[in-house]
Design a protein. Sequence first.
Length: 206
Amino acid sequence: MTRIKICGMRGVEDALAAVEAGADALGVILAASPRRVGLEEVAEIRRAVPPFIPLVGVFVDPKGDEVRAALAAGVDVLQFSGGESPAFCRGFARPHIKVFHVGEHAPDRSRIAAYQGAMPMFDTAGGQLPGGTGTPFAWSLLEPLRDCGPFVVAGGLQAESVGEPIAMLRPFAVDVSSGVERDGRKSPELMRAFVRAVRESDATAR
């Protein structure tokens, strides 16, 4: 079963709607973004969300103190989306995700291997801000990397398009943010549709 992370929670209302829709993990942005939240919101979301739903803190080139403060506020999993070194990512002794941005070519295997212990996430390169761009990349670029172990696919996913990378790549998880928003806000209807599309794709890909 493909796991589903819905990213860009701005408050308890978003988080509870995502859980009700069937999300397996929730993401909170702690870097420059229109969806950025503070530590108070992180703590409120963590208190409201069931304990078996992990809260993923998304960072771009943070300082160590920023990461530790987020962990103290209730973040469970760390996601590093910038140029963080392997040693920095491993330095918090917590489960973590390392984002590799995909442009015209797939990331180099040796670079992925250097982040031993991290779950790779592949997202689209480019954009005005570091991190997600809300646009897809050529999924076929990742086919040679399918034997590298479990990974996450992101980049412009929507209910209408998520079936293609699931069928082609069989990722461990998919990550969505803008694809479940309407007028810049999380839509319970679109979140439910996205989860339903993933589950239908899983059934077809067996």
